[in-house]
Design a protein around this ligand. Structure first.
Ligand SMILES: Cc1cc2nc3c(=O)[nH]c(=O)nc-3n(C[C@H](O)[C@H](O)[C@H](O)COP(=O)(O)OP(=O)(O)OC[C@H]3O[C@@H](n4cnc5c(N)ncnc54)[C@H](O)[C@@H]3O)c2cc1C
Length: 466
């Protein structure tokens, strides 16, 4: 071990340079692997260890890649040649849940669903619920500004972040924001760190806003003859005056994959070209949730093949579990390139049409799921495996040209419709070129200047996000 590495190890209780740990830290769930391997994986348990690691990386000019659960879909938490990967998943204490202030104070490694369950004991909820809620960490959610199913009503992670404890690149610990719901003292650095993909600072603590947990929910499943009709129905829901808790669109091809994985029969009514909308309303009583749902059923019915409304939680659970299984189900069928565009709500149906046209023009299989009330589409381009199995080497092979062309055209659709190339997954390494296109040279330069202020040595997650 080099003398430098001995200095790093001296301040840590748990670190590894074992080949299998280094190899695992090269990847996240996007399937992307970093070039080369990191030199160490540090599993920090205290803020002091995080500060020590940051100081060491700054003094040696070593790239530092922070990692939560590694469930990210943009290749942002991947550690490449010469990097130290700082795994914060063991900093997983819920410090407090305060039902009067309606806040939770947590360490970054707390799993999202675990925090929500702790809030539920007080009749509260942590609203952001990405599809990965059972594995993703709060630190990762903050660093990607994750969205989720309940975003239809309650927004994204940024809307739930009140204050952050952040270790800067040079090891200083700062607190930004406050425990209050309001606060405009100084520039909004809490918002700046949220969504910064580990490139500006390391989140070691978070004060999060909790919301009253719905007393009752009611669920609707509407089946449509095509994705365009489903998208049009989603727009009708959004302008109906009722704000659903959840509004998810899933196309027929995705339902087929879910059926294959879960043994369900969701695709039957709409067929492979059809689509479904799953909507959920909530309220302070079953009557309130039901009456809102009835309004939504009226709005979507003229476009739908069938509409099923249910108040039992078992059916709601079944439908939402199927929705959350969409990505793993498609992954079973092949290697995937998961896109994440968002468009203004009025352009949702056009975006869906645009993506279908891209699939036809490029001869690729594109599955579509969407957080429809956010105008956030996930066109998932599936790349059939060549027969070499699900091995890492195949996942590292270059993507076929038609797949890359399809991805480019999907981004064109988003930008043409006044949207963005990433709604919630972040830029990582996968979308840097497209992000630069969206931002333009002046704004991109400004972003680099902000990075230089917070991370002058450029050690924090270099070559990611910008
Ligand atoms: C099945 C599936 C479904 C998904 N559904 C959704 C969805 O609905 N909505 C959505 O938004 N995303 C979704 N995702 C993507 C992913 O789960 C989210 O981006 C999540 O927020 C990542 O959390 P993580 O703990 O895994 O972070 P990681 O993947 O480990 O890291 C992600 C980024 O955050 C940085 N980071 C992590 N922790 C910290 C920290 N403490 N301080 C500073 N930077 C940090 C990393 O450097 C990296 O840039 C899904 C993923 C999967 C596999």
């Amino acid at each position: 071990m080099s003398a430098d590495l001995q200095d790093l190890a001296a301040g840590l209780a748990d670190w590894s340079a074992e080949a299998s740990h280094l190899e695992a830290a090269r990847r996240d769930r996007s399937g992307v692997a970093a070039h080369g391997a990191p030199i160490a994986v540090v599993r920090a348990r205290t803020t002091a260890e995080v500060q020590h690691t940051a100081r060491w990386c700054t003094s040696t000019g070593t790239p530092l890649v922070v990692r939560g659960a590694g469930s990210g879909l943009a290749g942002a938490a991947t550690g490449g040649a010469g990097a130290v990967v700082l795994d914060l998943s063991a900093m997983d204490r819920i410090v407090e849940v305060d039902p009067v202030d309606q806040v939770a104070v947590v360490e970054p490694g707390v799993v999202t669903a675990v925090l929500d369950a702790a809030a539920a004991e007080h009749g509260l909820m942590f609203a952001p619920d990405p599809g990965s809620v059972g594995i993703s960490t709060i630190g990762g959610n903050i660093a990607t500004n994750a969205g989720g199913l309940r975003g239809a009503k309650h927004g994204v992670t940024r809307d739930a972040v009140l204050a952050l404890d952040v270790v800067l690149a040079d090891g200083r610990l700062v607190r930004v924001g406050s425990r209050t719901f309001k606060g405009v003292t100084g520039y909004d650095l809490t918002a700046l760190f949220t969504g910064s993909e580990g490139t500006l600072g390391i989140v070691v603590g978070a004060t999060l806003r909790l919301l009253p947990r719905p007393v009752a929910v009611a669920t609707l499943l509407a089946v449509f003859p095509g994705v365009r009709a489903a998208a049009a129905a989603a727009s009708a829901v959004v302008s109906s005056g009722v704000r659903p808790l959840i509004l998810e669109l899933v196309d027929g091809a995705t339902l087929g994959a879910v059926d294959e994985l879960e043994g369900t029969s969701l695709q039957v009514a709409g067929g492979p070209d059809g689509a479904v909308l799953v909507a959920q309303t909530d309220g302070s009583s079953p009557e309130a949730a039901r009456s809102d749902l009835e309004r939504l059923a009226q709005v979507v019915a003229p476009l739908a093949v069938s509409v099923e409304t249910r108040e039992d939680t078992a059916r709601a659970h079944e439908l939402l579990t199927a929705r959350r299984a969409a990505l793993p189900a498609i992954e079973k069928r092949g290697r995937v390139l998961i896109e994440d565009i968002a468009v203004p709500l009025s352009r949702l149906a056009e975006a869906v049409e645009g993506v279908r046209a891209v699939a036809a023009q490029t001869g690729t299989d594109i599955y579509v799921i969407a957080h429809a009330a956010d105008g956030n589409l996930h066109p998932i381009i599936a790349v059939p495996r060549s027969g070499g199995g699900e091995g890492a080497s195949e996942d590292e092979a270059p993507l076929p040209p038609e797949v890359l062309a399809a991805a480019d055209r999907v981004f064109d659709v988003a930008l043409r419709l006044g949207g963005t190339v990433t709604g919630e997954h972040g830029v990582g390494v996968l979308k840097r070129d497209h992000a630069a296109r969206e931002l333009g040279p002046d704004v991109l330069a400004l972003q680099h200047q902000i990075k230089a202020v917070l991370d002058p040595a450029g050690i924090l997650n270099p070559h990611k996000a910008l």
